[in-house]
Structures are given as structure tokens and as C-alpha cells.
Design a protein. Structure first.
Length: 416
């Protein structure tokens, strides 16, 4: 770990850390050790009985943890209920129903007693053109089905019962490509993420947040969730993590201004302790707790894969991850082990007029950015004393990142 030596003055505290630690007990379910038929997982859902439903490119599976039983369904054994084996999204109702988004529209299954007595219904929402024989990327059930496709949004029962409303660029949305639909039970707000159309919120009327009318930094929202304080947290592929606060202001966390390890974020869930779990596009899992970002990868934890396509918590507070090549991962009541935790310490900004002096106890990487977010220095730091010349750079503020396989620290310096 590196320590910035005192140069002249300590000004104000800016201590941002990211640590690697083992997750709790992990169980992996894949084609080699279970009845899961395919290892690339697109979506997950928990039904009212607590069973896990799994959507893949090779059909639909349901896993009953209590009995350790698996049932697998595809186009050949679903009584015509599945028009395709490509399952893209899932949504359970508060009753014994499950809605299935495929690349050819929406299907519905219902049951009375057990999974062997399923009632299949294909072409659900076929009277709503964006959902008819289309790829369904996002589903939500709340007093009716919300189905997001490449051609817009279909909403059931928002008007008269048993009717459908279409939302697209010809109505209230700025993009037809729907990526995520989430519901806040605290205030009834529904959040809709889009591809290149920003964030849309529905609280009786639709409100759009776009780069031209708000402080949103990326108009592609891959996923979103609501925390217990009614803040809306969004994942973007380029701008990092955005928070739309309950007061209406935006706060952003990215690779430059925080210790989050990447700006390319895919999924987010908020746990029962109001902490964040975030999947990245290809760089593992992030956990935000008590002001600290924890980063888990195949290199520094017991994760078997860095590419996580979906995730959710079940009623036992276990975290389930759907991976791109390694099936389904169950993390039992995820908490952080302190066995290899790094001792934290306060890191202060510095004022310098010459060399930046950094002392390390292990090999690390140094990156320095100017106020335009341009990387001006990227070098390896060796154990011991390191002196980095800043003489040719103009006076001003600079962000300094030091990182290794065990930590990442970001701090601000002032060059005189």
C-alpha cells in the first residue's frame, strides 16, 4: 500500500478506498453439477413460493431449493407456451403467475399447486404492437404488466381494465429501446431505463431525464433501483453510477471522482441494509457499504466469472447472480470477511510545487488526471520511495489514483 508523504500542508480530507475481499459462502449451479441446461444466464426471478426461475438462451428453468428439484422447459415441452428458447426477461406477480419475455413476445404461465401443473399462455400482450412477436428486454408486474421491447413500452390496465397503453417516441418516451423497468413500493413511482433515451419516471405522468434537460451524464441507462430513502440509482455503460436524489438533484460516481473501479456498469440491486450491489459489464461485482466500494473479481475473490448478466436477492437475503458462462451463483447472505481487509487510514490532499513523493509497500499502478479528466501520467510504482516529477504541468488540481490487486485509493493534490 502507498502513503503520500507530507510536502507542505494538509488541506482537506478526501479519502476514497476500494478493497478486495472474499464474499461469503458461494454455491455454483451449472450444467456440470446440476440440471441447469445452459450456462449463459439472461435473467432471474423469484416467485411467490420462493422458487428461482432462470431464463437462458436454451429455455426456462425453475429451481426449488427446499427439495433440490429442477424443472426445465423449452419450445418442445411447454404446450406451445414458449415461442422461443431465448428467454430475455422474467416477472412474477403477487399471485401464482410468471411472465416470460422472449425474443418473440410475452408468454404467461400459471399454476395452482406445483410446477408440474402449469397452464401456459403464449402471445400474451399480442394486441399491443410493441410486445407482439418482439424481443422483450424488461418486464414488471404491478397491477398489470409492463413490457419493454425494442419498439417501446406496453402497459396493461393503466387505462380501462384489460386494455393496453403504448408508450414510445410518438408518445412520452425519448427512446423505444427499453432496458429496465423497476417499481418503488414506497411511493409508487416506476422507473424506466432506455438505450440513448435517458431515464423516464412515471408517477401518474411521464417525466424524462435527458442530457439536454438535466444533469444526467449518460443517456443510456442499463438498470436502476430505488433505495430506502427513495433515491434512484442508475447504472450506465460510460458515465458510472448516477443518483437522482429525492430532492431532484443528480450525484455521479465515476472512475475519476471516486474509487469505483469502472464506469461500465450493468445491474444494480439494493439490499435490506440499504447497501448497493452493482455488476459491471466485464469486471466483476461491486459492493458499496458505509462509504466504501468493495470490488470482487476472479483474481481477488471466489467469484468464478467477471461477467454478470443479472442478479437479485431472495427472501432469505441470499444474492443470486446469473453469469455469462458459469451458470448461476448463490452467495449466502453476503457479508464481508475481514480476514484480508486492509487497514484503512486517512489520506489527505497535498500541495506540491515539484516532485510528488509516494511511498509504497507493494508494487502498484499510479494514474494522474487533470481537471479535464485527461490522463497525464500512468506509471508503475515500486515498493519503497517513488518520486514523480510534476514540474512541466501547470498549476491546478489533479486527481491521483494508486491501485494494486488489493486496494485502490483516489485523492486530490494541488500543484502550485
Amino acid at each position: 500500500m502507498c502513503r503520500f508523504n507530507k510536502i507542505y500542508y494538509l488541506i482537506y480530507l478526501l479519502s476514497l478506498h476500494i478493497f478486495s475481499q472474499d464474499l461469503n459462502n458461494i454455491t455454483i449451479y451449472n450444467t456440470g453439477n446440476s440440471d441447469l441446461p445452459y450456462n449463459k444466464i439472461n435473467c432471474l426471478e423469484i416467485d411467490i413460493e420462493g422458487r428461482l426461475w432462470i431464463g437462458s438462451e436454451n429455455g426456462l428453468s425453475v429451481f426449488n431449493q427446499n427439495t433440490n428439484n429442477w424443472f426445465n422447459f423449452d419450445a418442445s415441452n411447454s404446450d406451445g407456451g414458449l415461442p422461443s428458447n431465448s428467454i430475455k426477461s422474467l416477472a412474477a406477480s403477487s399471485q401464482q403467475d410468471l411472465y416470460i419475455g422472449t425474443n418473440q413476445g410475452v408468454s404467461k404461465i400459471s399454476w395452482i399447486d406445483n410446477t408440474s401443473d402449469l397452464i401456459w399462455e403464449s402471445n400474451y400482450a399480442s394486441e399491443c404492437s410493441p410486445a407482439n412477436d418482439n424481443l422483450i428486454k424488461a418486464l414488471l408486474y404491478t397491477n398489470g404488466l409492463w413490457a419493454g421491447s425494442l419498439d417501446g413500452l406496453c402497459i396493461e390496465n393503466l387505462g380501462p381494465k384489460n386494455t393496453w397503453m403504448i408508450q414510445n417516441t410518438q408518445a412520452n418516451l425519448l427512446s423505444n429501446n427499453i432496458t429496465s423497468i423497476k417499481y418503488n413500493p414506497n411511493n409508487g413511482i416506476i422507473g424506466i431505463g432506455t438505450m440513448n433515451g435517458g431515464l423516464s419516471l412515471f408517477d401518474g405522468v411521464f417525466t424524462n431525464y435527458y442530457s439536454s434537460n438535466s444533469a444526467i451524464l449518460d443517456n443510456t441507462i442499463l438498470d436502476l433501483d430505488f433505495d430506502q430513502n427513495n433515491n434512484i440509482i442508475v447504472c450506465t455503460p460510460q458515465a458510472g453510477l448516477g443518483v437522482l436524489t429525492w430532492s431532484g438533484s443528480w450525484v455521479w460516481f465515476n472512475y475519476i471522482n471516486s474509487s469505483i473501479p469502472t464506469n461500465s456498469l450493468k445491474n444494480i440491486v439494493v439490499d435490506s441494509n440499504n447497501n448497493l450491489w452493482i455488476s459491471t459489464l466485464e469486471e466483476g461485482l461491486i459492493h458499496y457499504k458505509n462509504g466504501i466500494f468493495y470490488h470482487f473479481t476472479t483474481d481477488n475473490s471466489n467469484l468464478p466469472e467477471n461477467k454478470i448478466n443479472c442478479m437479485l436477492f431472495d427472501q432469505n437475503n441470499d444474492l443470486w447472480l446469473g453469469t455469462d458462462n458459469n451458470g448461476v451463483i448463490k452467495i449466502t447472505n453476503p457479508t464481508l470477511s475481514t480476514s484480508n481487509k486492509i487497514n484503512t487510514h486517512a489520506i489527505h490532499s497535498k500541495i506540491i510545487d515539484g516532485d510528488l513523493h509516494i511511498k509504497c509497500v507493494e508494487e502498484s499502478l499510479l494514474e494522474i488526471y487533470n481537471t479535464n479528466s485527461k490522463k497525464i501520467i500512468a506509471i508503475k510504482l515500486n515498493p519503497g520511495n517513488n518520486y514523480i516529477s510534476m514540474g512541466k504541468y501547470p498549476p491546478g488540481f489533479y486527481l491521483v489514483n494508486t491501485m494494486s490487486s488489493k486496494y485502490r485509493i483516489t485523492q486530490k493534490i494541488i500543484k502550485l
